[in-house]
Design a protein around this ligand. Structure first.
Ligand code: FAD
Length: 580
C-alpha cells in the first residue's frame, strides 16, 4: 500500500543536524515541517559524541574566532573552503550560547561559565600551543545536544515519522527536488512525502571499514541515494581515522582524554608523540596522531608487538576520570576489564568520520558541477554534506559545531525558500524505482547473505583504503569491491515478510555501503598526493600545484564513475607546510 503526505519542508534524519534544522523551520509560522528518521531520533549517532563542541568563547583564556578559523584551515590541510570555515567559526560563539539557553547542561567552571578543554589541533595565536576551546557536558556532549534539541522540537510541534527509512529522493521533471519515498519499517508500506524542500541530514558511513567507531546504522543512505540520482559526491577520498578506538572493537575513546592530559605510550613506555609533533604532542591533529600510532605499530613498537599502543590516563587521578570522563571509564571497565584510573587503555585507530559527502554551498543548498549549480529545494547538512569546512582532515569537536551551525543555516534558508516556492509536481510513478529494487532483493532464492559480503568489503577496505594507502593495494580493493557488487546482485534476503524486515533493509544498506566504498576507492586512487587523512606511500607529499582542488565523482547513466574538479575557496590563509 502506498500512502502520500504533503509538507512544505522535510528533514530526513533526526540527528544533531536534522533536529537543529527542524527547530528553525518550526519557528516559521504556517510552515509545515516533518522529520523522517530510520532511528528513533535520540538513538542517532550524534548521541554517541563524547568530547565536546568547540567555540572561541574564551571562558578560561584568550581566544578568537579568527584563531579557530586558522586552526580549522590548517587542520583541513588547506582543502577546506575558507568562506564556509569563516562562517562556522564566527557563528560558533552565538550558537553555543543559544544551546545553553535551550537548556543544554554544559559542564561548568568554578564561576559558573561553560567549561572548556583543549582538543587536537586547536591552538592560540595561530599555532603557538593548545587552547581550551571545547565546550562539553562531561563525556556525553552529543547525548546532551540530541536530548536538548529533541525536546525543543517536541515543544515546537514538529511532526516526527520515526522508523521510516527514506529509500529514494524525488526530482520533478523540471529538475527541482519534490520529496522522498520512505519505507515504514513497522508495516513495510511505502510512503511518498511530497514537499517543496528536502534536507538530507542522514549522517556518515563508517560501516565501510571493519574497525569503526560508527553505529550499525551509519550506512551512508543519503549519500548513496544522491549518487544514484545523478548528484556528484565531493572529496570522498578523505575519511578520518580517529587515533584512539578500543583495541579490536573500535569503540571510541574520546580525544578529551588527551585534552585532560592523557598521553600515548608505545611498548617501551615512550611518549612517542613528542617525536612526531614537538609542539602539540598528543594534541596534534587526528591524521598526524593516527599515522604516528600506525607507524609505531608497524615498526614493532606496539604493546608486546601487537597492533595497539597505550593511552595512559593513570596520572590524571580518579577525580578527573570519574567526573570528566565517566562514560569512558565505564566503557573500559565493561568492554576491556581495564580500569583507566589504574591501568593504561589499549587503543588502535578506528574509522570515524566522513569529510566528503554531498556538495553544498554555505546555505546548505546542494550544488552540482564545477560552477556550483543549485538543485532547487534540495539541502544537506551535517556529516552527510561537504560544505566543505573539514577539507582533508576534520579537527575534533568541529563536527558537532558543523551540525548546529549548518543545521541552523539550512533551516533558515529552507524556511526562506518555502515561503516563495510553489509545490513542484511529483514525477510519474514516484515509487517505481524503489519497488523494482526491493522486488529484486526479495526475489533471490539462492545467493549469499548480506553479512558475508559486508565483512569481505570491510576487511579489504581496512587493509587497503585505510590510514596508509598505495596504488596497487587500492587497485586490489577496487577489484574486490566490484566483485562484491557483482555478487550483491544475488544477495539472499531470507525474510520475505513486510513487518520489521531488517534483513531486507540491511541488504539495501549494504548496496549503499558498496557504492560508497567504490567511490571512496576510485577517488583515493585518482588523487596522487598525500593531504590530510589521505596518505599515499607512493606519493608522500602534498602537491598544491596539481591537487589543491576538490574531487567530484558522478555516476553516469551507464554506471561508470566520472571525475571532475572544483577549486578550493581561499580567502585569508594561504597554504603553508603543516607542522604541529
Ligand atoms: C563515537 C563517536 C563520538 C564522536 N564524538 C564527537 C565529539 O565529541 N565532537 C564532535 O564534534 N564530533 C564527534 N563525533 C562526530 C559527530 O558525532 C558526528 O559526525 C555527528 O554526530 C553526525 O551528526 P548528523 O546529524 O550528521 O548525523 P547522525 O547523528 O548520524 O544522524 C543521522 C540521522 O539520519 C537518520 N537516517 C539515516 N539514514 C536514514 C534513512 N535512510 N532514512 C531516514 N533516516 C535516516 C538516522 O535515523 C539519524 O537520525 C563523534 C562520532 C562518533 C561516531
Amino acid at each position: 500500500m502506498i500512502h502520500t503526505h504533503t509538507y512544505d519542508a522535510l528533514v530526513v534524519g533526526g540527528g544533531g543536524a536534522g533536529l537543529m534544522s527542524a527547530i528553525y523551520l518550526s519557528r516559521e509560522p504556517g510552515l509545515r515541517t516533518a522529520v523522517i528518521s530510520k532511528l528513533y531520533p535520540t538513538r542517532s549517532h550524534t548521541g554517541a559524541a563524547q568530547g565536546g563542541v568547540c567555540a572561541a568563547l574564551g571562558n578560561l583564556e584568550e581566544d578568537h574566532p579568527e584563531w579557530h578559523m586558522f586552526d580549522t584551515v590548517k587542520g583541513s590541510d588547506y582543502l577546506g573552503d575558507q568562506d564556509s570555515i569563516e562562517v562556522m567559526c564566527n557563528e560558533a560563539v552565538d550558537v553555543i550560547i543559544e544551546l545553553e539557553h535551550m537548556g543544554l547542561p554544559f559542564s561548568r567552571t568554578e564561576d559558573g561559565k561553560i567549561a572548556q578543554r583543549p582538543f587536537g589541533g586547536h591552538t592560540h595565536h595561530f599555532g603557538q600551543g593548545p587552547v581550551r576551546r571545547s565546550c562539553y557536558a562531561a563525556d556525553r556532549t552529543g547525548h546532551m545536544i540530541l536530548q536538548t534539541l529533541y525536546q525543543n522540537c517536541i515543544k515546537n510541534g514538529v511532526d516526527f515519522y520515526d522508523e521510516f527509512q527514506v529509500v529514494d529522493l524525488l526530482l520533478s521533471p523540471d529538475g527541482r527536488c519534490c520529496g522522498v519515498v520512505a519505507w515504514h519499517i513497522d508495516t513495510g508500506d511505502l510512503h511518498v512525502f511530497h514537499a517543496k524542500a528536502v534536507n538530507f541530514t542522514t549522517g556518515g558511513f563508517g560501516r565501510i571499514w571493519s574497525i569503526t567507531s560508527n553505529a550499525h546504522a551509519n550506512t551512508g543512505d543519503g549519500v548513496a541515494i544522491a549518487l544514484r540520482r545523478g548528484i556528484p559526491l565531493e572529496d570522498m577520498e578523505f575519511y578520518q581515522f580517529h587515533p584512539t578506538g578500543i583495541y579490536k572493537l573500535g569503540i571510541l575513546i574520546t580525544e578529551g582524554v588527551r585534552g585532560e592530559g592523557g598521553v600515548l605510550r608505545n611498548d617501551h613506555g615512550e611518549r612517542f608523540m613528542e617525536r612526531y609533533a614537538p609542539t602539540m604532542k598528543d594534541l596534534a591533529s587526528r591524521d598526524v596522531v593516527a599515522r604516528a600510532i600506525s607507524r609505531e605499530i608497524r615498526e614493532g613498537r606496539g604493546i608486546n608487538g601487537k597492533k595497539y599502543v597505550y593511552l595512559d590516563a593513570t596520572h590524571l587521578g580518579a577525580d578527573v576520570i570519574e567526573n570528566k570522563l565517566p562514560d569512558i571509564a565505564d566503557f573500559c571497565r565493561t568492554y576491556l576489564g581495564v580500569d583507566p584510573v589504574r591501568e593504561p587503555m589499549p587503543i588502535q585507530p578506528t574509522a570515524h568520520y566522513a569529510m566528503g559527502g554531498i556538495p553544498t554551498d554555505i546555505d546548505c543548498r546542494v550544488v552540482t558541477g564545477p560552477d556550483n549549480t543549485v538543485i532547487p529545494g534540495f539541502y544537506a547538512a551535517g556529516e552527510v554534506a561537504c560544505v566543505s569546512v573539514h577539507g582533508a582532515n576534520r579537527l575534533g569537536t568541529n563536527s558537532l559545531l558543523d551540525l548546529v551551525v549548518f543545521g541552523r543555516r539550512s533551516g533558515l534558508d529552507m524556511a526562506r525558500f518555502c515561503k516563495t516556492a510553489d509545490l513542484p509536481p511529483l514525477p510519474e510513478n514516484p515509487t517505481e524505482r524503489i519497488e523494482a529494487t526491493f522486488a529484486r532483493l526479495l526475489a533471490t532464492e539462492k545467493g549469499e547473505p548480506a553479512a558475508k559480503l559486508r565483512e569481505e568489503m570491510q576487511d579489504v577496505m581496512q587493509d587497503h583504503v585505510g590510514i596508509f594507502r598505495e596504488g596497487p593495494g587500492m587497485e586490489i580493493a577496487l577489484a574486490k569491491v566490484r566483485e562484491l557488487q557483482e555478487r550483491y546482485r544475488s544477495v539472499l534476503v531470507l525474510d520475505k515478510g513486510k513487518r520489521f524486515n531488517t534483513d531486507l533493509l540491511e541488504a539495501w544498506e549494504l548496496g549503499n555501503l558498496l557504492d560508497l566504498a567504490e567511490v571512496t576507492t576510485v577517488s583515493a586512487i585518482n588523487r596522487t598526493e598525500s593531504r590530510g587523512a589521505h596518505m599515499r606511500e607512493d606519493y608522500e607529499t602534498r602537491d598544491d600545484v596539481n591537487w589543491l582542488k576538490h574531487t567530484l565523482v558522478t555516476r553516469s547513466d551507464e554506471g561508470a564513475l566520472d571525475i571532475t574538479y572544483k577549486p578550493v575557496t581561499i580567502t585569508r590563509f594561504q597554504p603553508k607546510e603543516r607542522v604541529y
